[in-house]
Write a protein that binds this ligand. Sequence first.
Ligand SMILES: *Cc1c(COP(=O)(O)O)cnc(C)c1O
Length: 380
Amino acid sequence: MTLPFNKPYLSGNELEYIEQAVRLGKLSGNGVFTGKCQQFLEKKFGFKKCLLTTSCTDALEMCALLIDIQPGDEVIIPSYTFVSTALAFVRQGAVIRFADSRADHPGMDENSIEALINERTKAIVPVHYAGVACDMQKIMDIADRHRLHVIEDAAHAINSMYHFPSGNQMALGSIGHLAAFSFQETKNIHCGEGGCLAINDESLIDRAEIIWEKGTNRAAFFRGESDRYTWRDLGSSFLPPETSAAFLWAQFENLDTIQNTRLSHWYQYQHHFLEHAAEDSFLLPQIPSYAVNNAHIFYLVFPSLEIRTKVINHLQSHGILAVFHYLSLHKSPYYRQKHDGRTLPNADRYTDTLLRLPLFFELSEKNIEKISNLVLEVCL
Ligand SMILES: *Cc1c(COP(=O)(O)O)cnc(C)c1O
């Protein structure tokens, strides 16, 4: 029997809510369940406005349209991230300035950002890797000084927080001008494929709704604010159908259960590894004091690619699937010719040495212990 890397969580109410959506007879987007999900997210996490999308990739594409990215504009993005973070901006003709990861964390090195800014820079896109906050005070200060937009790629970051030095705490995704979340099935909360855009800069809300609805003012029309709807702007069909929103609602209703269970798994892993963590065996995930843990990913960082490969093979020989994560985008076949040539050693190090262990709702304590022991057999 093999143990998968991920098994999508089901609350048990998904089919009932999908049936309700079907019986309501309005299956296109922006219906009852879409409204429930959006209001829940706005209220719980403090977004000024939330729009469900068919993916995080979509939500990022909406961001690129919303801040009017033009050919030749520059956007600062970590190299150690998923393709979508860069893709949305590259589609609009942007040049990507890749930032390196921190030495102690796969997230972008906030101290490397300012040197990448010039008169063509339009936005900074921090990725909260593993749901662990980037230092948002630092990033927002830089953005203010240079009048840049901040777009949080919060694909991993549902139900996570940032503590400001002032003592305030804010949900990830509520701090930047815009933020994109993913509800793809490997994320903590999911509906197979899905996402949302959080809009925190109120001046962008009306236009976001138009871009969301194929460049028309249909959303305002449905609220009775206009007697017809017409073509107003750029856009696309970014709305998920109500069946997806109904599925998603069944997940949000169980957010606390999902998060508590994942956190418990995460800390069980940490408990097994804690006393053995060292430079020459493996390093554990670091959670800076300004961040909280939302248990999206449990990963280890090994001293070399060879050791990581040995661990993957050892686990696989016992029927357990563990996977590495991103490959530095600045070295990707699509972008390496366009990259400005800087070396990004930390991004490359995580590319070669970071390993994600299975982490999903139904994972048992026994399996966590077994996986941990197998890793330790290779490393000690
Ligand atoms: C998963 C992910 C995305 C893309 O999410 P989709 O909903 O699949 O489009 C974007 N950025 C990061 C960092 C991700 O992990």
